[in-house]
Design a binder for this molecule. Structure first.
Ligand code: ATP
Length: 720
């Protein structure tokens, strides 16, 4: 359950008791109702909500009364304190609603419906046009006019839940650990209160100013791209309140960075390696920091970074005077332990994920698709065609080499990884952001934090080594209330890694098979039809006689000929069959049944051998047992299909059919290397049959051992 763990319980008890009696509490609850966090359906239910609210006393008072700012701030503060005793135990409706908000259901507000006396459903006040106070409106927070205006110019009129939950805590001086799912606005959750604190809050008087001033804020991030992105936010919002920033990251010249530091900046954003270099060169002085921020905190405390980070953070003169903020969408337990070294004992925790089962983004559709390594390059363009909705796609590979290789095979795509020169990396990312090309093939260098408009589809070429990577990669889509699709490809023989990810991320994967000719034709055809409709009439007289000739010589109807033209316009001259089991082109998936339980792949092969010649058996790939034990599915080359269908005539009680969709399959038991009938996984790898010539399996996955936990360290980062 999500939690907000704060302090001073006794004071809060008092507040809570008084609020129970208070009419104001009721009206607050009612306002919350109006604000879309609570859907009222029946009178009885409404009553129950109110009771729950006054029971836990955790009413967010950001709904204050209109223009009385001070009053609203006070009220908000009181309620924040009130929440401080509420380490949510899973029965906390307000926090649950906040999570719902983070998950998207409140970002896209639920339709408020009520029943009138006669039981008729009537539109809510919202729909009737009544003014609706917004508890998270920017105006309800201690955000200065100039910053408010800047936010407004960016289309931001109210704070997201993580921002609303942490704003006062940070502004009022707390150390804080913040967690919310990907794309929920964690960057502004620290940017806004930091800027307010430095310009109007408690750090205003003591922060250094003037030429050559040392920075007041240090933000550390794991990648150069992310550092640049966060720096851009500080430039926009910090610039508006007269604070200057600079970005220190590797691969770029020292000179400009040193000049900025020499002139004096208020905010330094950077990656640990380059920040450390500046410390060693004596060009950076962190003694007078007011804020230290670790964004993507779990990655920053990963073994690859932690030594540098610890060294950097230790440079402050007086730790008691600095606020330390940690944010991430993933905070494994080991991070919480390590982070205690950097945070004050009375630190606050705002965790919008908590013990919720689902750790990954809820606004993303999480799909998995079996696909051999060889089939990827052919399959991916069709996946993009069917699932990207014309938007941007990011494809993640495990290695830099495979990113380059795949980008080379996908027309119109570019690779991004750590072996590419920094200047080039920036050009590539800028090109992707601006829409110059729509497909980016990247390593984990793009997994965290990157916020790019209109990324509709994420494809992961194989299951990542840890669940955190899955969560961050899939979170590059479905951001800020939008939806998106993430498709994870996996070798059928490694299906066990899907179950592991499912367990650890709380995602219930939807299993799909490769887009089939009809799916592809549907998307490709409609794109091509659009592009044809956009062709000017002026071409018709020029091409008409050619068209007439073609129509008469082809022997096709006008519609069939047009269909061919559409296919060609969409880039298709042929549509190949594609296996459901492995996504391999020119393979077809068959189902074998024998009127009895097929309890092992060997048995399936021995049944096949009764009526099929050896050379056809050699072509069988990926044989797996169905979850119900009544059959076996396998791939054969498309030109062997007829032989198998005809062959069944010679075998008693045996049927073979071409599958149109995959039945649930037995998961492969990793420890024993066989199939288990758990009914959980669908794509059991199928032990290679023990029979002849090594059939049964698909190609081996390359790549060596896989580190787990937070190890992997610097090397892991460098491999990107
Ligand atoms: N209050 C807000 N209203 C509207 N949009 C917002 C608001 N706050 C942030 N955003 C937008 O939401 C998007 C995601 O924000 P951000 O990158 O900070 O998410 P995040 O939680 O840090 O994600 P990740 O975990 O992937 O790093 C950005 O485009 C940002 O401009």
């Amino acid at each position: 359950m999500p939690s907000l763990l704060l302090s001073s319980p006794s004071e809060l008890d008092e507040l809570k008791k008084s609020k129970k009696k208070s009419k104001k509490a009721e009206s607050m609850a009612a306002e919350l109702d109006q604000n879309g966090f609570l859907v009222e359906e029946k009178k009885g239910k409404k009553k129950k909500h109110k009771k729950l609210e006054s029971d836990d006393g955790e009413i967010d008072s950001h709904d204050g009364e209109g223009s009385d700012k001070k009053k609203s701030q006070k009220k908000r503060k009181a309620s924040d304190e009130e929440t401080s005793e509420t380490s949510s135990d899973g029965t906390d409706p307000v926090l649950d609603r906040k999570v719902a908000a983070v998950n998207g259901s409140a970002l896209k507000k639920p339709r408020l419906m009520k029943e009138d006396e006669e039981g008729e459903v009537i539109a809510s006040r919202e729909e009737a046009g009544a003014a609706k106070p917004n508890p998270n409106a920017v105006s309800k927070f201690r955000i200065s006019e100039v910053l408010r205006e800047k936010l407004k110019s960016k289309g931001i009129e109210s704070l997201f839940p993580i921002q609303a939950m942490t704003f006062d805590l940070i502004l009022d001086g707390s150390d804080l650990v913040g967690r919310a799912r990907t794309g929920q606005g964690k960057t502004l959750a620290f940017v806004l209160p930091i800027l307010e604190s430095l310009t109007n809050g408690q750090h205003k008087a003591s922060r250094k100013t003037g030429y050559g001033r040392p920075p007041s804020v240090l933000v550390l991030l794991p990648t150069r791209e992310l550092a640049n992105q966060v720096y851009a936010d500080f430039e926009v919002y910090g610039g508006a309140v007269g604070l200057s920033s600079c970005c220190l990251y590797g691969g770029s010249p020292y000179r400009a960075q040193e000049l900025s530091l020499k002139r004096g900046v208020d905010i330094v954003v950077g990656t640990p390696g380059r920040v450390k270099d500046h410390l060693e060169r004596g060009t950076l002085d962190l003694k007078f920091l007011k804020f230290r921020v670790l964004d993507e905190a779990d990655e920053m405390l990963n073994m690859g970074f932690v030594d540098d980070v610890e060294l950097i953070l230790s440079k402050v003169e007086n730790v008691s005077k600095v606020q330390t903020l940690l944010f991430s969408a993933t905070l494994p337990d080991w991070v919480k332990k390590i982070s205690a070294r950097f945070l004050k004992p009375d630190k606050k925790t705002a965790d919008l994920v908590g013990n919720e089962k689902l750790k990954a983004s809820a606004s993303v559709k999480h799909l998995v698709l079996p696909c051999t390594r060889q089939a990827r390059a052919h399959l991916i363009p069709d996946i993009i065609r069917c699932y990207s909705r014309g938007g941007r796609t990011i494809i993640f590979t495990e290695t830099k080499d495979s990113a380059s290789e795949l980008a080379g095979l996908l027309p119109g795509s570019r690779a991004l990884h750590g072996d590419i020169m920094q200047a080039q990396r920036e050009v590539i990312l800028a090109g992707f952001r601006s829409g110059r090309f729509l497909v980016l093939v990247a390593t984990n260098v793009a997994a965290r934090g990157l916020d790019i408009q209109d990324v509709q589809l994420i494809i992961q070429c194989e299951p990542p080594r840890d669940v955190e990577s899955y969560i961050h990669r899939s979170g590059r889509t479905g951001r800020a209330g939008n939806t998106g699709v993430s498709i994870l490809l996996y070798e059928p023989r490694y299906s066990y890694s899907i179950s592991r990810l499912e367990r650890e991320s709380g995602v219930k994967f939807e299993h799909i098979s490769a887009p089939q000719p009809a799916d592809v034709a549907e998307s490709a055809g409609s794109e091509a039809a659009d592009s044809i409709s956009n062709v000017s009439d002026s071409v018709v007289p020029v091409f008409r006689s050619q068209a007439e000739q073609l129509l008469s010589s082809s022997g096709l109807s006008a519609v069939d000929l047009l269909a061919k033209a559409l296919a060609k316009a969409a880039g298709y001259t042929d549509i190949k069959k594609r296996s459901l089991l492995s996504s391999m082109e020119n393979y077809v998936t068959l189902l074998l049944q024998a009127g009895k339980t097929i309890y092992s792949p060997s048995l399936a092969f021995s049944i096949l051998r009764r009526f099929m010649p050896d050379e056809k058996i050699e072509g069988v790939k990926g044989l797996s047992l169905t979850a119900d034990g009544t059959g076996a599915v396998f791939d054969v080359p498309a030109d062997h299909v007829d032989a198998f269908i005809e062959g069944q005539e010679n075998a008693n009680m045996v049927t073979i059919e071409v599958l149109k969709s995959l039945p649930p399959l037995q998961a492969k038991d990793q420890s024993r290397g066989g199939n288990t009938n758990t009914g959980r996984g669908r794509f059991g790898g199928g032990r290679s049959s023990g029979g002849r010539g090594g059939h049964g399996g698909f190609g081996r996955r390359d790549g060596g051992g896989r580190g787990k936990g937070h190890g992997g360290g610097r090397n892991r980062f460098n491999r990107r």
